[in-house]
Design a protein around this ligand. Structure first.
Ligand code: XAN
Length: 424
């Protein structure tokens, strides 16, 4: 059994309302899982190797619950467009390139390196429609020792010819990946990924819902991101009450664990369904600003008990940095607060941190916190160059790192109790 103790200034959010802080304490880990936090090392742990991180912050690794791996080369491109023209002009042509495995490997290696560099220890990722490219991405994640769900994208309508799949083949490829990868790694798992309703025929959605149930595989997709998109779904499916009801009819809305990205223009019925089925909302504020989509009313989701995490949504979002996404989420919530005559309260810093750690991490299980039994997914932060430190609480230091720090301050990453080396 591998056991270890990390010693330093420990900060995490067991709930969204407050940080828990421990100055100069030991975080004791057995078999990759947290046993407890102690001021002095108890007798029974005295022979555990101690990693000394004096005056450094030890925090949970970041969790990004929505990003598109093959869009990585488009980072920062085309962001003067709205969603649908952006997809057609920039995104689909880029995603069509991933039948070229040499190209795919170059992009995916760089992406995984950047996730590691920026302290994202868990991510929930869209691949492209390509089966072999998706397997390659999963294998690279397995090699990296980072935690991930990876989904082969399914699309059989309303796209460019290179991305329009034969429905049966799309289902067969998805099933092959599920069978091959469901038990291949404890850290990297498949997730069923209908791109969004406009990209998927009812036959495809039904087939994917059947696979989700048969193999008990989670689902990810997009929901109510943009007003033109919502109208489009209405015109494609006038027989359904709303956008979410289409997914729900095909067992793609919480029948197995589900994440829906964006969720800006939801009806009350959709919110009720999300709450009832415990469907996660992936809040992606950078993307929502960049594509002029709107501001998600995140407070409404939290008040209703809908699970929420944060997503970089690369490349609708322009940065993989989760601290940057946290800042954007706080800023967006302040604009929503003003827009609603101060009804929907802004996010606090502990809430934003919770969303980027335990909030999204709960999709993986006991991930994103340092409570007993949680996986030790952690970052060690050297914030000594970020300014005057005297008299600052651990909470203040963490807040400052989130606003003005960057990946140069991250000196170690751990996943499941093991130090994660720089990916090759
Ligand atoms: N809807 C989407 N929204 C987004 O932000 N990025 C995408 O790639 C996408 N596809 C459908």
């Amino acid at each position: 059994m591998s056991s270890i103790a990390l010693k330093g200034d420990i900060v995490f959010t067991p709930n969204k309302d407050a940080f828990k802080t421990y100055k100069d304490h030991y975080l004791v880990v057995e078999d990759g899982k947290v046993v407890g936090i102690f001021k002095e090392l108890k007798e029974e742990y005295k022979n555990y190797p101690v990693k000394e991180y004096t005056d450094k912050l030890i925090i949970p690794g970041f969790v990004d619950i929505h990003l598109h791996a093959p869009q990585y080369p488009n980072l920062g491109l085309g962001l003067d467009k709205e969603l649908i023209p952006w997809l057609n002009t920039y995104t689909f042509p880029e995603e069509a390139k991933y039948n070229d495995l040499e190209y795919a490997e170059k992009v995916y290696r760089r992406l995984i390196y950047d996730l590691w560099r920026k302290g994202t220890t868990s991510s929930i990722v869209y691949s492209s429609i390509h089966k072999e490219g998706t397997k390659l991405l999963m294998d690279l994640f397995i090699d990296s020792n980072l935690r991930a769900y990876v989904g082969k994208v399914n699309m059989d309508r309303n796209t460019i010819p290179e991305l329009s799949e034969d429905t049966e083949k799309s289902l067969e490829d998805t099933e092959e990946i599920i069978k091959e990868y469901n038990d291949k790694s404890s850290l990297v798992k498949p997730i069923i990924t209908p791109r969004f309703v406009p990209s998927c025929t009812e036959k495809l959605m039904k087939g994917l819902g059947d696979l989700a149930i048969r193999y008990d595989i989670p689902v990810q997709s997009h929901l109510s991101e943009n007003t033109d998109e919502v109208e489009w779904v209405k015109s494609l499916h006038p027989e359904f009450k709303d956008y979410a009801s289409v997914y729900n009819a095909y067992n793609l809305f919480g029948q197995t664990k589900t994440i829906m990205a964006h969720c800006i223009y939801n009806t009350e019925n959709e919110l009720d369904l999300m709450e009832k089925n415990q469907v996660y909302a992936a809040h992606c504020p950078h993307s929502n600003y960049n594509l002029s989509s709107g501001i998600m009313p995140v407070r409404k989701f939290l008040d209703k008990g809908i699970p929420v995490g944060l997503g970089s949504d690369v490349s609708g979002g322009h940065s993989l940095s989760m601290p940057s996404v946290m800042v954007a989420a706080i800023q967006a919530s302040k604009m929503k607060w003003l827009e609603t005559n101060k009804e929907l309260k802004p996010l606090t810093s502990s809430e934003a941190f919770f969303l980027a750690t335990k909030g999204g991490g709960s999709f993986f299980g006991k991930v994103g916190s340092f409570e007993e039994g949680y996986a030790l997914d952690a970052l060690v932060i050297d914030d000594s160059d970020l300014g005057h430190m005297d008299g600052l609480s651990l909470e203040d230091r963490l807040q400052r790192f989130i606003y003005i720090g960057d990946d140069r301050n991250i000196v170690e990453r751990y996943v499941d109790g093991k130090r994660v080396e720089k990916p090759m």
